[in-house]
Design a protein around this ligand. Structure first.
Ligand code: BTN
Length: 335
């Protein structure tokens, strides 16, 4: 869409500022990445928005009541989780969002490192749900559903959920045959595109806050060593993705599933989760939780969000958390 040229006189008049103050603001906007053409005796034209997740841009078309309504934006930060936890301890309200263009100490589950360079979506949200602490892990499950829906609608891609809270995209991997030295595009595998991390502060019966972090590989470049297990939306779609629109849609979907979850619990959302899960009944998997690695067949996701595995001797085993490896379509947990 080609925007109109607006005269400096009109802009200054509408904003009720002097021409000098207007020039100063335009200089500042250009500094933050807006491309503004300035034509003598004619006016100004905005030709390009900055490629950053500016709060004003996000808020301009955000259709939520609470989620993302207060935004703390950073060009660079250690981890949005740390900042959001600090803000939660200082009584910032539910829905407050911390977003960064890059993180230098991004964290994943099980203490792993989360590589977060420019171009991704690195977000932490403060939630204050009135639920029992044992129900908090369900929030990651329902949020993975919301994020994958928003990614499918906005980017026209097909996503799968890998319990408990990874979003993956199926991609055909290029298999190099050692004998013939040819490359066959055949075996399907899942690559991670988004990971979710929830941290909380609670007493035995009461949750003070939950900090829900999600990292999405969007337009960022992944280091080579992650190419086998992770991908970006840009690579799947074939072009850069509009991060502002994607984030606005994600926040809207999160609010909707979160409200439904608080009203009705997980049972209504469970079917949707299972349908989108890449784990199908009988699928051979390994699950690692801290020091143990267990082999078995996937059986079900329970109402409390736990995963039920059928062990080698057909015993149902229940896991509240863990990292799954599919025996056939390998995908590991890094980003
Ligand atoms: C995982 O899959 O291991 C979870 C990754 C969570 C990464 C996000 S990025 C925003 C927020 N800040 C962090 O340091 N981690 C989460």
């Amino acid at each position: 869409m080609k925007r109109k040229i607006i005269s400096g006189e009109r802009l200054a008049g509408e904003l009720d500022v002097s021409r000098q103050a207007l020039h100063k603001q335009i200089r500042l906007l250009r500094k933050s990445g807006y491309k503004i053409e300035g034509k003598p005796r004619s006016g100004y034209r905005l030709t390009k928005n900055p490629e950053i997740l500016l709060p004003e841009q996000i808020l301009s078309a955000l259709q939520t009541k609470k989620i993302g309504k207060k935004i703390f934006h950073f060009n660079s930060i250690d981890s949005t989780q740390n900042k959001a936890k600090e803000l939660a301890n200082h009584s910032e309200p539910e829905g407050t969002m911390v977003v960064a263009e890059r993180q230098i100490a991004g964290r994943g589950r099980f203490g792993s490192k989360w590589i977060s360079s420019e171009g991704g979506i690195w977000v932490s949200l403060i939630l204050r749900p009135q639920i029992a602490p044992q129900q908090v892990p369900l929030i990651s499950l329902i949020v993975s559903l919301a994020i994958s829906d928003a990614m499918e609608e906005t980017c026209k891609v097909r996503c799968g959920l890998k319990w408990p809270n990874d979003i993956v995209i199926s991609s055909k991997s290029n298999v190099r045959s050692l004998k013939t030295k040819t490359i066959k595009s055949s075996s399907e595998c899942y690559k991670k595109v988004c990971g979710i991390l929830t941290e909380m502060s609670a007493e035995s019966e009461r949750v003070h806050w939950v900090v829900l972090g999600f990292g999405i590989n969007v337009n960022n470049n992944l280091p080579r060593h992650l190419h086998r297990q992770a991908t970006t939306l840009k690579d799947i779609v074939g072009e850069k993705v509009d991060r502002v629109t994607l984030l606005q849609n994600i926040l809207k979907k999160i609010e909707s599933v979160y409200d439904q979850f608080l009203r009705e619990g997980f049972s209504m959302l469970k079917n949707e989760y299972v349908q989108k899960s890449i784990l199908k009944k009988g699928e051979p998997i390994f699950i690692s939780d801290f020091s143990n690695k267990t082999e078995g067949k996937f059986s079900d996701i329970d109402e409390d969000g736990s995963m039920i595995l059928l062990s080698k001797d057909n015993q149902p085993l229940r896991f509240l958390s863990g990292d799954i490896t599919l025996k056939t379509k390998i995908s590991r947990h890094a980003n």
